[in-house]
Design a protein. Structure first.
Length: 514
């Protein structure tokens, strides 16, 4: 082919066509890559991230601790059964035997008790009895049965009426459970934000790698162009050296971009796996979501209000203030005198085989017996034949009470400290939200500026190539324009990444500390 014709064909080749032929295709599902949406990455992290799993276990443990505290108000059942056989020597005529007295006794008891969840009182109901068989000649019932049914209540009238240690423990357990929930929410929000950052970082690394490859392809095209020009004698051989050096430099940039791409892969995978055996480690992730270039409208005032009302660190600080308040309430209650109302009512019964004797003194002759049994005892209890009731008040008044007063005063100071800490944290959160909102605005402006710079760099490259084709420019200037375009493209990608990262931080700062 005529050299002039070849030269004309080379000059007629456009950069986009050459780029489309020389640029390596990115990884796809067909080439072993795993297509991944941002939403899928977030769901994988929710399902498999070990830090989130640990936070869920902590919340579960806090729930069991709360259930354990509330069990203080569960009814308690008790029961016992004993058998006793006793032989005692008859040391006097009143011992009931000539040489010894044998006694066999079976006793039993059962009852139920419960601390009341209101008022600080407690209730108990007990039932017990025994069966006794004896060789004692003075026994009136032999065998004899006896039982009693007792109900009692203890009710605080001052200390422990409105608040006590059990209710304080339950309140603290409830607060700990709420804090565990908040910590789980914080861990989820932090992890998801990390996934979003890592995802967009991978998008940036992938696009930066593609940009580096495009830049290398442009340099290789320029090298081929210069070789033809040298062959035609229109340029000096030094232009080939410049082009080869530029190709080598841009190849180095590709190698660096490939390393950054692999590093970004690891950073995202680490957030989405439960263990090192996950198959995703062996895959190449291909992010399919792309960052939008439009500016995001943000309402700073609404964001500040949302953060102050809902952010996890403020919510935890408020819960800790609530915990301090519960402790203060308990110490205030302990300063009061202990005045407890005690009431008890019991009824007992007796039965069995009744021994009949001649009227006379102690130990008169037996003339018969009346058969009886345990039903006699129950009938006696049901008829309330032998009732007993007790009502009383127990009063304990500490003199001086300096220890309780000092502890209460100290708790008051701590409560005020908690309140000041919450106020300071609200101010800090307001500043954080405002600062990151400014970062979002600045990042949006950077995106627009970087886009304009990239357009200008593209136009400059086109102009230099046209000038070079007309013999009005040099290889050096064309290569410089190519470098400027690559740098502008990379800067635009970085600006887009910074904008997406700022949006992630702006959303995150309304939920958790950043």
């Amino acid at each position: 082919m005529n050299k002039v014709l070849v030269f004309a064909l080379v000059l007629g080749l456009g950069a986009p066509a050459a780029l489309a032929q020389d640029t390596p295709a990115p990884a796809t599902a067909a080439t072993g890559g795993m297509l991944l949406l941002l939403e899928e990455a977030e769901q994988r992290a929710l399902d498999r991230n070990p830090a989130i799993a640990a936070a869920r276990l902590s919340r579960q443990a806090a729930g069991f601790s709360l259930a354990e505290s509330r069990a203080a108000y569960d009814p308690l059942f008790n029961a016992s059964l004993t058998q006793r056989s006793q032989t005692t020597p008859a040391s006097t005529q009143l011992s009931g035997g000539q040489e010894q007295v044998n006694t066999d006794a079976s006793t039993y008891s059962t009852g139920i008790s419960q601390a009341l969840p209101w008022g600080g009182g407690s209730l108990s109901l007990d039932f017990g009895g025994s069966r006794t068989a004896s060789s004692n000649v003075f026994a009136t019932y032999n065998p004899s049965f006896s039982s009693s049914l007792t109900a009692s209540i203890t009710q605080p009238l001052l200390r422990g009426l409105r608040f006590d240690g059990t209710r304080a423990q339950i309140a603290q357990a409830e607060i700990s459970s709420d804090i565990a929930d908040l910590e789980l929410q914080e861990r989820i929000a932090t992890t998801l934000a990390g996934v979003r950052r890592a995802y967009w970082e991978l998008v940036y690394a992938s696009d930066a790698l593609e940009t580096a490859r495009q830049s290398r392809a442009l340099a290789e095209r320029q090298l081929q162009d210069n070789r033809l020009r040298v062959e035609l004698g229109t340029v000096a051989p030094i232009d080939i050296v410049e082009s080869e050096a530029e190709v080598a430099a841009r190849h180095q940039a590709v190698v660096q971009a490939e390393g950054a791409f692999r590093t970004a892969q690891v950073a995202l995978k680490q957030l989405m796996v439960a263990d090192a055996g996950d198959a995703i480690w062996q895959s190449t992730i291909v992010p399919t979501d792309r960052p939008t270039q439009g500016s995001a409208a943000i309402d700073v005032a609404a964001a500040i209000a949302s953060a102050v009302a809902n952010r996890s660190d403020i919510a935890i600080a408020r819960k800790e203030r609530e915990s301090s308040g519960a402790h203060l309430k308990l110490l205030d209650d302990r300063r009061k005198p202990a005045v407890d109302l005690v009431a008890e009512y019991s009824v007992s019964g007796i039965g069995g085989t009744r021994i009949l004797r001649q009227s006379g003194g102690l130990g008169s002759d037996v003339i018969g017996s009346v058969q009886g049994g345990y039903l006699d005892v129950l009938q006696s209890i049901g008829a309330l034949d032998y009732p007993t009731w007790i009502v009383g008040v127990n009063v304990t008044v500490p003199f001086g009470n300096k220890a309780s007063q000092a502890a209460y005063a100290q708790a008051q100071v701590q409560q005020r400290q908690r309140e000041v800490q919450v106020q300071a944290l609200e101010v800090e959160v307001t500043a954080q939200v405002t600062r990151i909102a400014e970062q979002v605005r600045s990042a949006g402006e950077q995106v627009r500026a970087a886009g304009a710079a990239r357009d200008l760099a593209r136009k400059r490259l086109d102009a230099e190539e046209a000038r070079r084709a007309a013999g009005l420019s040099t290889t050096f200037l064309v290569l410089q324009a190519q470098r400027d375009l690559a740098a502008a493209q990379t800067a635009e990608l970085r600006a887009l990444l910074d904008f997406r990262t700022a949006l992630v931080d702006f959303e995150l700062v309304q939920q958790v500390p950043v």
